[in-house]
Structures are given as C-alpha cells and as structure tokens.
Ligand binder design. Structure first.
Ligand SMILES: *[C@@H]1O[C@H](CO)[C@@H](O)[C@H](O)[C@H]1NC(C)=O
Ligand SMILES: *[C@@H]1O[C@H](CO)[C@@H](O)[C@H](O)[C@H]1NC(C)=O
Ligand SMILES: *[C@@H]1O[C@H](CO)[C@@H](O)[C@H](O)[C@H]1NC(C)=O
Ligand SMILES: *[C@@H]1O[C@H](CO)[C@@H](O)[C@H](O)[C@H]1NC(C)=O
Ligand SMILES: *[C@@H]1O[C@H](CO)[C@@H](O)[C@H](O)[C@H]1NC(C)=O
Ligand SMILES: *[C@@H]1O[C@H](CO)[C@@H](O)[C@H](O)[C@H]1NC(C)=O
Length: 483
C-alpha cells in the first residue's frame, strides 16, 4: 500500500492512477514516483515536482478539489453533524458498504481518498497496516510497556506519554507513514496472571486502569489546537476479555459469564471513564462472548449502555476478524446475512477485516439490513475523519506542520527514560542496594529472560535505534539464561 502524507493510502496501482491526483496526493514512496514517471511521462513528473514544491510542509485536503469544494460537507463553518449528514446522503449503498472495513477504498465521485483505519500506538507508534518505518522515520520513541507505566502511579506521566506519542503520530502522518486512528489503549482488567497480553494493560485494578485511560486518551486525542482531534484513540477490547487459550477454549470461542455486580465493579469502570472522562472517539469490541452474546453483536452493551447511558458518539470497531467470529466460532448466527444484521444493528460500525465489505451487499439485497442501517454505521466513521481535519482546508490545521524532527526528539527520549526509571518497583531490599560504585563489581542478570531484549520491549513495540547495553557506567553486566 502506498500512503500519502495525510494518511490516505492506495494500493500499488496508484502509481498508474490518473494525473488528476497529482496535485492532491504526493506519493512519498520513491519507487512509486519512479513508476509514475515512467508510465505517465514528463508532464506528470513535472506536475509532481511542482506539487511537491508547492506542498511545503503541509498535507492536502480532498476538499481543495473544485468538484466538491462547494458542497456542504466541505464547509468548515458548518456543524460537524450536518456535514456528516450531507456527505452520507451523497453516498450510494455500494459506497457505504465499501467503507465498513479497516482498508477503506476511495470514493471517486466524492473525491474521498482511501483510508487505512488500523494503526497502533500502545507505548509508541508501532508497526501496523497503517504505520510504516523507514526513510525519514526509521524508528519512534519507545516507552516502557504499559504494565510498567501503570506502576508509576503517575497521572501526569500517562498524559505526557500520550502527548509525545500523538505528536510523533502526527509527524509520521504528515509524511505518509501513519494513519490517525490508533487501536490503543488496551484496558482489559488483568484478572488472570497467565494472560500473555496482561502486559499491555495497566493491571488488575479498575481504579488505576481508569486513571490511566482518562489521561492517556486525553494525551492522544487532545492537543494545543482546540479545533481538531490530534489523533483518535480506541479503548479495547470490550468486554470481559483476558483469555487467549486455556483449558480447551480460546478467545474466539470463550463465553465469559459475568454478573451485573462484576460488570459494575470490575469490567465497566475503565471503559466508562474512557468514554465519559477521556471522551474517546472509538471502542473496539472483543472476540469473546459475554453471557452468551458475542461482544460485537451485543446490542444491550453497545447501544443501550455505551451509546445511550454513557453518551458515546464515536464509532465501534470489531477486533480483527471478530464479525466472522460471531458466526464461525460462536455459532450465534448461521448465515452471513444474519451476521451482518446483528453486528450492524448492535452498533458495530467498522469491521477490522473484510466481512462487512464482502457480505453486506447480499444482506442488503435480501432485506436483512436497510440503507438506514448503513448510514448509521458510516456516519460516525466520517464524523471522526472530519474531526481530525481530513476534509478541512490545510491552512486551518496546525498539526499538519508537525515535522519529523519531533520524532525521537531529545525531550521524548528524556520522558521515556524518566518513565522507565519511575516504573521500576523495588519489592524488597535486604541491604544490597544501592550497589557500591566500585568499578570492579560485576553484575549478573540471571534467568531465561536475562537477555531477551525483543521480549523485554513488550507487545506492540517499535524497534529502538540503539542496541541494549552490555555495560553500565561502572559495572560489567553478565547474562546467563538459566539458573
Ligand atoms: C510524574 O511524571 C512527570 C512527567 O514525566 C514528572 O515530571 C514528575 O516528576 C513525575 N512525578 C513523580 C512524583 O515522580
Ligand atoms: C477445564 O475443562 C474441563 C472440561 O471442559 C472442565 O471439566 C474443568 O473443570 C476445567 N478446569 C477448570 C480449572 O476450570
Ligand atoms: C442455526 O441452525 C441450527 C440447525 O438448523 C438451528 O438449530 C439453530 O437454531 C440456528 N441458529 C440460529 C441462530 O438461527
Ligand atoms: C444485489 O442486487 C443488485 C441489484 O439487483 C445486483 O446487481 C447485485 O449483483 C446483488 N449483489 C449481491 C451480492 O447479491
Ligand atoms: C504552518 O507553518 C507555516 C510556516 O511556519 C505558517 O505560515 C503557517 O501559518 C502554519 N500553519 C498553521 C495552520 O499553523
Ligand atoms: C544479548 O542479545 C543481543 C541480541 O540478541 C546480542 O547481540 C548480545 O550479544 C547478547 N548479549 C549477551 C551478553 O549475551
């Protein structure tokens, strides 16, 4: 996929796409550029170079194009709700269905660019379909894994980390190396210590998890510019998910039996804080079922509780493949049409995966879903893209000026180092600490993870620029992998 500086992406045939786009979208990928030159000749090449020169540090807006510039959805002075209504009213059923997967194609007649919804940023912008490293951005700042971040009990740090990451995300988006919608944070309550993904979460405590999510989401979404979202965060995975594969069941088949009291005390508080206080723009529904209903098909939880009681107005995205799971693993439905119907009507707007895109048309033809169901699904998706500024004039958007020198900046590196220091928890000191400064002292780091430097970076990590140390300032470090 070739991505542009404003986060729009095209599959490789973009290189052969008509000249029309060259003033709107500047390919950052040199091989794409070369191909284009070869295929469409000197005129295109000139046009590209001019566009690049004119583009400066800024991205571009699909609404710059005269074919749509005067339509209400392109008018930044109108209310966002009205702009979304206008845009959705111009879409056909086919257009709407095309937008319901994480890899959303362009809608040519409305000049809407393709978009990749799936980017990751758990503790630093991380590789994912919407994020690529290389070229101008070989790496990004890597913060400690979240279980360690939470151990700092430092709300200021949670927020500052979100701000640093969203700044790097914007800088990457401006050069076409990241989207603006991040499937983070993971705020599942870590009830079972054997859960391998527990490290991604702030732990087992609903109170600390709420404190973390309020600040981290605010740091990701809201910056100095009041007008636009800095990025879109996503509280996941809703709900009652903390099992991968145990005792003959896995996350795709697991049915969590949860009492009302346990929901109120354990599983809801962090998500409620995320929505009400963090003002998050998206939520991800989980693979598992809860009390017999697959999460992404749960009308009561998603519509009655989250949307109506908690006033959530963003979008709900399925975990990747979780619409298919409703039918194939939970057997909650028997046909693709029913599956599309229950998931859409339960308020799952977007499918990470291609199930909706593949099967919604047939469901529509057979009257399992209506045009209104599709409009309800698509509206919040474009609402968030607009809130990010994707359909507004570039001169209104200071975030488009954030440059790549903000990535791995000394300030962000210092914050990450401070976070790592604050996250260390001393459980017991028998008097050996602090270590003597004597330079001949050798320190042994023992155990199977002693030098597991990849594992130590945690799930969803970015590759650091520097290799791990073999010496401290004064001491030699010795590693041994077994006791
Ligand atoms: C909390 O984190 C902030 C930001 O990193 C830092 O300045 C502050 O010193 C930390 N507070 C404590 C008590 O460690
Ligand atoms: C594991 O699964 C078996 C069979 O499904 C069940 O009988 C057993 O109670 C389960 N073990 C635990 C600890 O839940
Ligand atoms: C699916 O089909 C089976 C077998 O025909 C039937 O027993 C079951 O009720 C069906 N389930 C649904 C959700 O329609
Ligand atoms: C849906 O109906 C339209 C119009 O009748 C038809 O062209 C299209 O092939 C149908 N698509 C599917 C997937 O059923
Ligand atoms: C972006 O930076 C340029 C050059 O410094 C400045 O003229 C422009 O006003 C900035 N744009 C926004 C939206 O802040
Ligand atoms: C630790 O692992 C790294 C990366 O695999 C390796 O380069 C290094 O030599 C190892 N260090 C020791 C002391 O084993």
């Amino acid at each position: 996929t070739i991505c542009y500086r404003d986060g729009r992406c095209r599959v490789p045939f973009c290189c052969a796409s008509p000249l029309l786009h060259c003033s709107l979208s500047l390919p950052w990928n040199p091989s794409c550029l070369k191909l284009r030159m070869a295929e469409i000749g000197i005129a295109a090449c000139l046009c590209l170079m001019l566009a690049m020169a004119a583009g400066g540090a800024l991205g571009s807006s699909p609404c710059d194009d005269p074919s749509v510039a005067n339509l209400p959805f392109c008018n930044p002075d109108l209310d966002l709700v009205d702009r979304v209504k206008d845009l959705v009213s111009r879409m056909s059923v086919t257009d709407m269905i095309s937008q319901l997967g994480n890899t959303a194609p362009a809608i040519e007649h409305l000049n809407i660019p393709a978009y990749q919804w799936w980017s990751e940023a758990l503790h630093g912008v991380a590789s994912s379909p919407g994020v690529s490293f290389g070229g101008k951005v070989p790496s990004a700042t890597s913060f400690p894994q979240v279980i360690g971040i939470a151990a700092t009990f430092n709300s200021t740090l949670f927020y500052e980390m979100g701000q640093a990451i969203s700044t790097e995300a914007r800088a990457m988006n401006n050069v076409g190396q990241a989207g603006l919608t991040f499937f983070t944070p993971n705020i599942n309550i870590y009830r079972d210590p054997r859960w391998g993904r527990g490290q991604e979460t702030p732990g087992e405590d609903p109170y600390l998890t709420s404190a973390y999510v309020e600040q981290y989401v605010a740091g990701l979404q809201f910056g100095p510019d009041q007008r636009y979202l800095k990025t879109v965060a996503c509280c996941k995975h809703f709900s009652a998910y903390d099992l991968e594969n145990w005792n003959g069941t896995d996350r795709f088949h697991f049915n969590a039996i949860v009492s009302d009291q346990d929901f109120a005390e354990t599983y809801f508080p962090a998500f409620e804080s995320c929505v009400r206080v963090g003002k998050v723009s998206s939520i991800m529904c989980s693979y598992n079922a809860v009390n017999g209903v697959p999460s992404c098909a749960n009308n009561v939880i998603q519509n009655q509780i989250v949307r109506n009681e908690w006033d959530f107005s963003g979008f709900i995205v399925s975990d990747c493949g979780a619409i298919n799971t409703i039918m194939a693993d939970h057997h909650y439905t028997n046909t693709t049409e029913e599956t599309v119907q229950v998931a859409l009507r339960a308020g799952t707007n977007l499918n990470c995966g291609g199930f909706y895109q593949k099967y919604a048309m047939e469901a529509y033809n057979k009257s399992y879903i209506t045009e209104a169901d599709l409009a309800n699904a698509v509206g919040p998706l474009f609402g968030q893209r607009m809130a990010l500024g994707m359909f507004d004039p570039t001169h209104l958007q200071p975030y488009l000026n954030i440059s790549t020198d903000q990535i791995n900046s000394p300030a962000h590196q210092a914050l990450a180092l401070d976070a790592a220091r604050e996250s260390i928890v001393l459980l017991q000191n028998d008097g050996s600490l602090p270590l003597s400064a004597e330079s001949s002292l050798k320190v042994a780091v023992i155990g199977p993870n002693s030098n597991a430097t990849e594992t130590m970076q945690g799930n969803y990590h970015v590759s650091p620029l520097t290799p791990p140390p073999t010496h401290t300032h004064t001491h030699t470090l010795l590693y041994h992998s077994s006791l």
